[in-house]
Design a protein around this ligand. Structure first.
Ligand code: NAP
Length: 306
């Protein structure tokens, strides 16, 4: 069984990721006491009501007092301001981490406010749902998912090793990556796909006005999966695109070129091009299933009425 990795953990922000971390840490006894803070009184009240965190504090200052680990679980755009506030209050030897979906920007915004003697080990769990808020979390969210550690220059090896132990204890597989590479990989695997889903659902919504409710009524699996992704938190995703601008624009440029090539193949009746392309993409799906990152069950294993 796992053992305590940090005696005192402070979670700043109490949404999907922080609440999942809390339940995952409790499941294996990885932390002594966990304190938590969120901006609104409403979220703090909800957290108290559902027993999220051992102690919910009314200020970030109170939450981080004496903490061995502080995890920033707020939207990427406010990591810097939050760190400015808590930086001077951190205990020597403590570690600061974050769970932001973009790493280059977070490191730029946070690192200058890390005091001497405090370690900074950025992280990003590649796990989530379209739900947000303190009630959205569950202990199994990180099980068999990747969590990427993005150590900064001079990151203390011992501090990185402890973060790895924490994430492994929460069920994740851990890898290390540098920030630029992380942001490019995530632009391909997560950020650009979200933007495409947002666009597709927006187009369908425009069309709905023309065809009345047919888009919803006949919504088949493909479109339904787009709507799930496009239901993701608007604040989080606004910040992701504003802070991972370069990599996302690079991938969207490539995407547009490919889309035009497929558009031309359809126009000119180039079936070979379409068939070859779809054969290649089908193999990628098989690779994801073989890597244990998704289910091979039809329609993602959804239960269907007979
Ligand atoms: P979430 O459910 O929307 O929760 C965000 C939390 O941050 C809320 O408790 C919110 O408080 C709090 N907050 C916002 N601004 C704050 C501030 N200035 N000071 C203190 N607290 C503040 O978000 P999430 O999905 O957990 O995402 C958190 C982070 O994880 C983001 O950086 C995101 O990029 C990253 N991430 C998300 C996913 C995902 O799929 N959702 C996956 C991996 C990583 P209130 O409730 O009071 O507003």
């Amino acid at each position: 069984m796992s053992e305590v990795v940090y005696n005192r953990v402070a979670l700043i922000g109490l949404g999907l990721i922080a609440s999942s971390m809390f339940w995952a840490m409790k499941r294996r006894g990885l932390a002594g006491e966990v304190t938590g803070y969120a901006r609104s009184a409403e979220t703090r009240e909800t957290a108290r009501r559902i027993g999220l965190c051992d102690r919910v504090c009314d200020s970030a200052a109170e939450a981080v007092e004496g903490a061995d680990l502080v995890v920033l679980c707020v939207p990427v755009g406010v990591m810097g301001p939050v760190m400015t506030e808590i930086g001077p209050l951190l205990k020597p030897g403590a570690t600061v981490s974050d769970v932001g979906s973009v790493k280059g920007h977070v490191i730029e915004a946070v690192a200058p406010h890390i005091p001497d003697g405090v370690h900074f080990v950025p992280a990003h769990p590649l796990a989530g749902t379209e739900h947000s808020g303190p009630e959205a979390g569950f202990a199994e969210l990180f099980d068999n998912r990747w969590s990427l550690l993005v150590p900064v220059e001079g990151s203390d090896e011992e501090a990185v090793a402890r973060m790895r132990a924490l994430w492994e204890g929460m069920g994740a597989n851990v890898d290390e990556m540098d920030a630029d590479h992380h942001d490019l990989v995530l632009a391909v695997t997560s950020h650009a796909p979200h933007l495409i889903a947002y666009t597709m659902v927006g187009v369908a919504d425009d069309l709905r006005r023309v065809t009345d409710s047919e888009v919803i009524k006949y919504s088949a699996a493909g479109f339904r999966d787009f709507t799930r992704i496009a239901a993701s938190d608007p604040t989080m995703w606004r910040d992701v695109f504003l802070t991972n601008k370069e990599a996302t624009l690079e991938i969207l440029g490539r995407f547009t070129e490919e889309l035009f090539a497929l558009q031309r193949a359809i126009r000119t009746g180039d079936g070979d091009h379409l068939h070859d392309y779809f054969t290649r993409t089908r193999a990628i799906r098989r690779g994801i299933i073989e890597a244990g990152q998704d289910t091979a069950a039809a329609d993602f294993g959804r239960a269907h009425k007979p």
